[in-house]
Design a protein around this ligand. Structure first.
Ligand SMILES: [Zn+2]
Length: 206
């Protein structure tokens, strides 16, 4: 065993690294096992995006990633991964399931979701939800429940019409350093730079 500095072993460091990498997914597994995480303003907002439009979405939660591809938008939207356990808890509760293991399909809605904090109430129609929990990933697919009842697998979302885009949702408005327009949504380039929707110029977020 190699000791680094003040009694910290390489194993300790690796352990803390692995722990940090998978901490959010560990909470997702807790939610799947029936430990409920409460809905808050941010998770209610993401769920409204996921459920209120009948064109549905595909969700991937893995390590520190929480990505959603909506049926109405060719880009992948990236959210803060700490929202994932709350989103899963709400979907399980609303579909009448308390836990999930492996894969399951359920019907959810129509439903009115009460106001949480400053986030207003909203509603959605009948949806079918597929939840697939694997050792290191969670996928959720949501489709229109009026037209797709009885389907054993979600119909694929339309292919992106453009090159894959990534959209980043920020927790609070960020002003563009070029034109000063503030926004919470920015397109992200492959090098991590953000693109302002107002002036079209890109910048680095520090
Ligand atoms: Zn700008």
């Amino acid at each position: 065993m190699r000791v680094l500095g003040t009694g910290v072993t390489l194993e300790d460091l690796l352990q803390s690294f692995v722990g940090a990498m998978t901490s959010v997914f560990r909470l997702v597994l807790e939610a799947a096992a029936g430990h409920p995480f409460q809905l808050d303003e941010r998770s209610s907002k993401v769920l409204r995006f996921m459920l209120s439009d009948a064109r549905g979405c595909d969700v991937l939660v893995k390590d520190e990633a929480f990505e959603i591809r909506y049926g109405w938008h060719p880009a992948k939207h990236r959210y803060f991964p700490d929202l994932a356990p709350r989103v899963l808890s709400a979907l399980l509760e609303w579909s009448g399931l308390s836990t999930t293991a492996g894969s399951c399909q359920a019907t959810v809605g129509p439903k009115n979701v009460a106001q949480v904090g400053s986030f207003p109430s909203w509603s959605f129609g009948r949806r079918i939800v597929w939840i697939v929990l694997a050792a290191e990933s969670l996928t959720i697919s949501i489709r229109d429940g009026e037209n797709e009842s009885g389907a054993c697998a979600p119909t694929p979302l339309p292919e992106p019409i453009d090159y894959p885009q990534v959209v980043v949702e920020l927790p609070s408005p960020l002003p563009c350093p070029r034109c000063a327009t503030a926004a919470t949504t920015y397109r992200e380039l492959s090098d991590g730079a953000l693109v302002c929707a107002n002036c079209g110029r890109s910048f680095r977020k520090d």
